[in-house]
Write a protein that binds this ligand. Sequence first.
Ligand code: SRM
Ligand code: SF4
Length: 559
Amino acid sequence: MSKLSANESIKTSSRGLRGHLAQEMANALTGNIPNDEQQLIKFHGAYVQDDRDRRAEREEKKLEWAYSYMIRLRIAGGDITAEQWRALQASCERNGSGVIKITTRQTIQFHGVVKARMKPTMKDFDALGLDAIAACGDVNRNVMAGAYPDLAPYHAEVHAYASAISNHLLPKTGAFKEVWLDGEKLEDNAPAEEDPLYKDHYLPRKFKIAIAIPPHNENDVFANDIGLIAIGDGDQFHGFNVAIGGGLGATHGNKATYPRRASIIGFIPKEHTLDVVWQIAAIQRDHGNREDRKLSRLKYTVDRLGVDWFRSEIEKRAGVEFAPSKPYFFTYRGDRYGWIADAHGLWHYGVYIQNGRVVDEDGYHIKSALKAITEKNMCGIRFTGNQNLLLTHVKDADKATIDDLLAEYGVDETRYSLSRKEAIACVAMPTCPLALAEAQRYLPELITKIEDVMDYHGLSHDAITIRMTGCPNGCGRPYLAEIGFVGKAAGRYALRLGGDYEGERLNQVYKEEVDEGEIIATLNELFGVYVRDRDNGERFGDFCHRTLFSGKIFEGVNG
Ligand code: SRM
Ligand code: SF4
């Protein structure tokens, strides 16, 4: 008989994700917690980490590593109020590193929260009506939705599905309240709460859902276990094209793992959305691989059982029939900056935040600007899947005040190149335990050098999507970039080329391992050929796909 992975028994014996988390978090003798609790705490939205820059120093002093926790909030669709932002920033100062990180999934993380500050931080979230439940772990994660309110007259209706789906797929356990909020304790040996979706074994692996509102695809809808593409006409929203089996994580040297673009399986009317996503998660619960966690994402289940089998299983369980997918098109994936008007007479301001790190640096004092702006209570905050944010729902009369404050704090994104503003880097060093190379600490510097080469070839006004991750897990979605850097070792990256600008096509390895010198030399050569030979209006990614890979996909699955 095949052997279940160790995580499976941790889940089933956890009594609704409680385990010994409360006791272990109260143990002041160590900043760490045992392995079982390390796995369980993820379902509560947190990870144990340590400062990798300080490992050697700590070991030399015979001290345990500098442990702290990263907490990720669940903010479906990325919306919070100005008041919540202010209080979160203050909580991050009190309890964590003080630097809020906007993630690639429309939410935020605190880093550097030491054990004793975990409960106060969770209590801060609760007081604000927020939580971190299921922001990580083998459950449905933060649900993303297209951020731009002017994309369609029915934007608000579609956007609201992010919260509806997130709440519908939330684990039913009271463990979160019990462990962090001094909630009533489940009696010893009493069974955990019934959970019709997750039962006692949860999903085999993490599970992600994103909603795109064409023509914008800033959440990379095809990178998700379920991608929902909103379909409407005129003022009417009808339903979603459903895509399944997207996912980017892979392991260097393990050919059984691969990035996969989600496959569109058809259209469903909007009233079936909640049930269909629930049933897809339930099918993955029942059929996903629980032996090898490297092969347990939905994408492998879909490839093992077949897209057609999957579609009919959903139809059978949900009692619906998929219609053929409806036409849609994507034109853009980056964020938009400055003022954007919506159909209801309100304004939204797109703010650039390099790699999502809310810090005052280099004369661009975004942290102070956000504090000053949110104190005026003139806007909401909406995070984007590109690690930036929007100041939302601003009245005409309040625009000038916000403009003045942005100017006062030097928040002028026009000083940055288009390619820099579209770039993404994952966290990587020093907190990510899986990082093989730098990402957010290094990409800004590398982009400065790439900008020089682009400038030399007359490309400084072009937007080329550049993304970097410190390992092949793909947190910055480098497999969907026109230029993707995937960390292999300190200072060395796989160079991937040929993704498209709209996020419909995976890129491919062009060079297995390059250092900075080789990156710049390679791009210098390729930009030269591109400028000379490109077709009219041809994007860099499309050019690389056509000329370097003969227009074919040789790896990954482009569903
Ligand atoms: Fe991720 C693991 C950070 C988006 C694929 N990711 C991690 C961990 C938690 C490392 C760990 O397991 O200990 C990283 C924490 C670093 C730190 O110090 O904060 C981490 N992932 C991030 C974030 C913060 C990157 C960022 O800079 O924004 C993103 C948080 C999103 C969120 O708010 O939920 C983040 N991760 C992604 C994405 C992009 C997306 O979802 O659109 C992916 C690729 C899509 C996908 O899931 O396939 C992604 N992260 C992974 C994987 C590979 C999963 C796989 O199927 O193999 C891992 C490793 C794992 O799960 O074993 C991982
Ligand atoms: Fe860490 Fe790798 Fe994700 Fe970057 S891609 S945050 S290095 S797991």
